[in-house]
Design a protein around this ligand. Structure first.
Ligand code: ADP
Length: 261
């Protein structure tokens, strides 16, 4: 129920009372939920065919089916880029519907860090190669596992890495660093790209927010979903940036007990 209290008359001189308007917003909420469910169903249905197109395109690109001439290669690379963009958007929409309907399920367990990082790097391999961007991974000695939902954390890392590539210049490098900080494990993804003005450092984690003038395609959903996924695991996520010189995105996860390390 939406309640509006409207004072009537001039409050200091001839105050005569208040009018309370009650509006039942249940039908709007139901409509909103129906829309969210619809977006969820459609994105779910899109995911399988797009994934299979992506697999076929990869086979063609790697010349597993037969040799390609230059023109065919260029076309296939274009299809591959568009397909992974579609997959990214459908993934974001699907996750957004989970967040909106409050149905995020976190399955935490003690899981290895390196395979998850390698998965995220592999998922962004083509995009990085396209811009000749080098990705370096540095994991502090003695850290191998962390308590996490590995699927959701892999999604966050893939997303942060994809942003780092998209908002970086060609021939640059990106560093993924994992080390221990107090009672947490700190992940960071640093790029030497366009950077972010101070006034937007918090805003970019809001749903649908994109910095005005950002040209690359995007939904403005990735960082808000990443924030939900990390906070649901008891961690924190933030960014530090030097406008014009690059950004570092950080997130923390819980350290396993001593005897697990
Ligand atoms: P999207 O990238 O789809 O627009 P995100 O939620 O991932 O959505 O990011 C929100 C905005 O934050 C982006 O539109 C961009 O303006 C800015 N941003 C994100 N990552 C970076 C980065 N590594 N460098 C510079 N700007 C970034």
């Amino acid at each position: 129920i939406d309640i509006n209290i409207i004072p009537t008359g001039e409050q200091t001189t001839n105050f005569i009372g208040k009018v309370i308007l009650l509006r039942n917003i249940t039908p709007f909420k139901e409509l909103d939920m129906a829309k969210t469910n619809f977006i969820g169903t459609v994105s779910h249905e899109f995911k399988t065919p797009i994934s299979s197109i992506e697999m076929s395109v990869r086979l063609l690109k790697n010349e597993r089916i037969g040799k390609l001439n230059e023109e065919q290669k260029e076309l296939i690379i274009g299809i591959e880029e568009d397909t992974s963009r579609l997959l990214k958007i459908t993934g974001e929409l699907l996750n957004m519907t989970q967040v909106e309907s409050g149905s995020i399920q976190i399955n935490q367990s003690l899981d290895e860090i390196r395979p998850m990082l390698e998965y995220a790097v592999h998922a962004n391999k083509s995009a990085a190669e396209q811009k000749q961007i080098l990705i370096n991974i540095d994991i502090q000695d003695g850290i191998s596992s962390v308590i996490m939902d590995s699927e959701k954390t892999a999604w966050v890392l893939t997303n942060l890495l994809s942003n780092a590539i998209r908002y970086s210049h060609e021939n640059s490098s990106i560093k993924i660093d994992v080390h221990r900080k107090n009672d947490k494990i700190l992940f960071s993804i640093s790029d030497t790209g366009q950077g972010i003005q101070t006034e937007y450092l918090d805003k970019i984690f809001e749903r649908y927010f994109r910095i005005p003038g950002t040209k690359k395609d995007g939904t403005g959903l990735g960082l808000s979903i990443s924030k939900e996924f990390i906070e649901a695991q008891g961690g924190e996520i933030w960014v530090e940036s030097d406008f014009g010189a690059g950004s570092t995105f950080y997130f923390t996860l819980n350290l396993p007990r001593e005897n697990y390390l």
